[in-house]
Design a protein around this ligand. Structure first.
Ligand code: 8YV
Length: 312
């Protein structure tokens, strides 16, 4: 079968690039020094795009790809894809849901543990040889505390189950009340007021941009810790830095940031923040499954069979 030309919009791991190269002619837009020249040369031929969860495929770029048929996202979040535009232009979009749910939920519960029990600071304390000079300060318990999940999708539910295993109570906020036993709170500010941990697990994109703003952080207050494993765009990072600096909230555990991989120096200086380099789905097992879905969705599309995980 003839190899189909595809455009690569993100840095991709070798275990994904190898099968892509076997089936497609891959044009590396992400690393191209002269992106306009690359588009001028191959844009008219491109039939597929491969991108990552945190990357973007803006309309002005897509408009230069008249033969584009499919965008395959190496990630569950497709907030970087103009889905309505794709629908209107008959371009299919796929992502990699489900296979990463458990890892991302593990990361969220790890952030809850790391922030409440101050495990990162404790590790630094021991490595610095401080234990022989005195005990590490006491931290806060999880059991009996209330966690508020913002966005009770597949990942939000998996987080809730893990936190219940730690003896925590669960409440949630989202667009709709769901058929679950956990308490639904229809106002985000009201949820923030109640909870000890506010855990962001909703999709990114325009609809949720800066959902967690200064008002929500003030409502969360000194008893509260913000956890974000979703998208940096959901949190007003400047407001969060101010809240951490002023002690308006107790702390934060973040796996995602507004302008990755750049994290503001002021945030890095916050001792009450645990910061991870967007590793929620970053295990060998899960990334291999994600890569398989990317490759198989493209193969399904170009062979005329049903997509495994269609967005549209
Ligand atoms: C990945 C993600 O880090 O699934 C997502 O939406 O953001 C992450 O799982 C990313 O897509 C891989 O680069």
């Amino acid at each position: 079968m003839e190899k189909t030309p595809v455009l690569i919009l993100a840095p991709l791991p070798d275990f994904l690039m190898q099968p892509l190269l076997a089936a497609h002619v891959c044009h590396d837009y992400f690393h191209a020094a002269d992106k306009a020249a690359l588009l001028g040369k191959v844009g008219a031929e491109i039939r597929g795009i491969v991108m990552a969860g945190g990357s973007v495929s803006p309309v002005p770029l897509l408009e230069q790809l008249p033969k584009l048929e499919i965008i395959s996202v190496f990630g569950v979040g497709y907030d970087g894809v103009p889905v309505d535009w794709c629908k209107a232009h008959g371009i299919r979009v796929t992502n990699t849901p489900d296979v990463l749910t458990e890892d991302v939920a593990d990361t969220a519960s790890a952030l809850v543990l790391m922030t409440s029990r101050k495990l990162i600071a404790a590790n630094r304390f021991l490595h610095a040889g401080a234990w022989t000079k005195g005990a590490f300060p006491l931290a806060h318990a999880l059991h009996g505390k209330l966690a508020g999940i913002v966005g009770l999708g597949r990942i939000g539910k998996a987080i809730a189950h893990r936190l219940e295993a730690h003896g925590m109570r669960i409440a949630y906020h989202g667009r709709t009340k769901q058929d679950v036993s956990w308490e639904y709170v229809d106002s985000l500010v009201a949820l923030a007021q109640k909870v000890d941990f506010l855990i962001v697990a909703c999709p990114g994109g325009a609809a949720t941009k800066h959902l967690i703003n200064a008002e929500v952080l003030t409502a969360l207050g000194t008893k509260g810790t913000l956890i974000n494993i979703a998208r940096g765009s959901v949190v007003d990072e400047a407001a969060l830095i101010t809240a951490l600096q002023n002690g308006t909230i107790r702390g934060a555990g973040l796996d995602v940031f507004e302008n990755e991989p750049h994290v503001p120096e002021a945030l890095m200086q916050c001792e009450n923040a645990v910061l991870l380099p967007h590793l929620g789905s970053g295990t060998h097992e899960t990334r291999a499954e994600m890569a398989r879905l990317v490759v198989e969705n493209l193969a399904a599309h170009f062979s005329g069979t049903a997509l495994l995980t269609p967005v549209c």
